[in-house]
Design a protein around this ligand. Structure first.
Ligand code: 5GP
Length: 126
């Protein structure tokens, strides 16, 4: 188990394969620390994913093990992507699912960026 209760990093996960160019994506932005692309199954008019270049299973794994430069570079890229998609004026939502209760499906840390309509408040009731 990793620090997060999730299995160790699987280099065959779908986002690792996108990073290696084995699977195509609709790229929005790429730099030294992060890759951003459109979600294949968008839940809002704009639904982007931002992933770090490094091999981190989850948010907990990333924030525990990544260097300060990686963490700063990643979050700067998230802000850049939101701005480049024109979302700053009307607002948007960042979300990262973590582990089982979080509903995380792809075991490579990623942040969802939702925008393009009013999103309502927080998490729907169970
Ligand atoms: P999670 O539930 O892990 O937070 O979200 C994973 C997200 O990855 C989902 O929103 C899903 O639609 C997206 N996704 C899964 N496979 C692919 C893919 O091959 N390409 C892209 N662009 N998105 C994917």
């Amino acid at each position: 188990m990793s620090v997060t209760g999730l299995p160790p990093y699987d280099p065959q996960n779908i986002f690792a394969r996108i990073l290696r160019g084995e699977i195509p994506c609709k790229r929005i932005h790429e730099d030294e620390f992060a890759l951003a692309f459109h979600d294949i199954n968008p839940l809002t008019p704009i639904h982007a994913l931002v992933i770090p270049k490094g091999a981190y299973v989850s948010a907990a794994d990333f924030h525990e093990k990544a260097s300060d430069a990686e963490i700063a570079g990643f979050w700067r890229a998230v802000g850049h992507v939101a701005k480049s998609l024109g979302l700053d004026a009307e607002g948007y939502r960042l979300l990262s699912n973590m582990g089982g209760n979080g509903g995380q499906e792809v075991p490579h840390f990623h942040v969802h960026l939702f925008g393009g309509r009013r999103l309502g408040r927080m998490v729907p009731p169970a």
